[in-house]
Design a protein around this ligand. Sequence first.
Ligand SMILES: [Zn+2]
Ligand SMILES: [Zn+2]
Length: 225
Amino acid sequence: MIDLHTHSLFSDGELLPSELIQRARKKGYEAIAITDHVDISNIDFVIKRIARVCKDTNRAYADIKCLCGVEITHVAPVLVAGLVKMSRLLGAQVVVFHGETVVEPVEPGSNKAAILACVDILAHPGRITDEDAALAAKLGVCLEITARAGHNITNGHVAVAAKKAGAKLVFDTDAHAPENLTDDQGREKILLAAGLNMDEIKTVIDNSRELVKKAMADKRKRRKK
Ligand SMILES: [Zn+2]
Ligand SMILES: [Zn+2]
């Protein structure tokens, strides 16, 4: 299991990062990104602390890869590019953007702004248009199929738009509590329900694996500088 969108109590998750990681390990996760909600008020605070716990945990355990991430959330479209850049400079290895879900009043134009800023994952982009999906395909931004109740009601729409445009899909839990973490079977059920076949599901998993590889490579590059 690779899950690149989860929350700890550094935003609205229930668990301390170390417990979130431990619960994920015991579920059989091979990689997890902790991606707490950020805007300009807390971005430096959060990244610094999550990076620290990921670094320590990666040293302690060989069976799980922990990645420091963020979920840029409810930031005005015009400000998104600046926060994406800042996230990467501060050390975020996975940059997720809180997309235009149908269950929250995310500002229209946010999906497009996040894609243009080349986030790694556009989370729960429930209102994605064909035009924005095509832009995501062109810029290599992954669109997310989510396990999260509420956001998940548009999984079918996101899958259709991504397939039509040739955009990459990833699966994440958006876990806020231990019971939100899932396993391979849980992931498969949700992806089948979104209308994907087994070959497409394999590609979704490969896309997440690619993001992990890219995040690790970026980290090595930064260390060499
Ligand atoms: Zn979100
Ligand atoms: Zn989230």
